[in-house]
Design a protein around this ligand. Sequence first.
Ligand code: GRF
Length: 216
Amino acid sequence: MKTVVILISGRGSNLLSLLEAELPGRIAAVISNRPEAGGLAYAKERGVATVVLDHRAYSNRADFDAALGDEIERHGDSKGPDLVLLAGFMRILSDGFVRRFSGRLLNIHPSLLPAFPGLNTHAQALAAGVRIHGCTVHFVTPALDSGPIVVQAAVPVLGGDTEEALAERVLRQEHRIYAQAVRWFLEERLLLTPGGRVELLGEGPPATPLISPAQA
Ligand code: GRF
């Protein structure tokens, strides 16, 4: 059975949805860079190993990333886990770390990439006046929020939306597509082409167009 390690920094709602998704793999550990991360409790309640690796104990990014990589590799078989998931892990990872886990490192980002990389994506979307917003699961590459896209979900931006209302609408879709992407990976249905694109082997669910504002 394939093994998965999940990295978090906070609330952990994506972690919770992954823990409850009955994935065809074993979640071997949850690692947080913040001791107060609420998500750690979800793992503990379900008997999943938790580790806190506080980045503030390291004087530079390279040392922390090396220690994090070593900790990740302690879980799973001798080569470490098959898959590493960033689930609200709020640290920029060094090129060395990303290369170490290349092809087995996924992230969920709360925008329709390549629009709105970085932080405060919902505020960015509202400021830009887009009518459709969403979320993206992608493989992680050294450039921030720009690796090969696996799956995206779109939601309408509604008149009067606040950042919080929009964030909640997007988050519900994050929970759906992250579990879906992980399932595809564990079933060995994701193929990274030499051109850096993701191909899904076999049938995916039917895609429907989203038009916002809706037509009469
Ligand atoms: C999510 O919106 C995720 O896309 C972003 O950080 C947030 C984490 O939320 N990277 P949670 O900790 O999973 O609840």
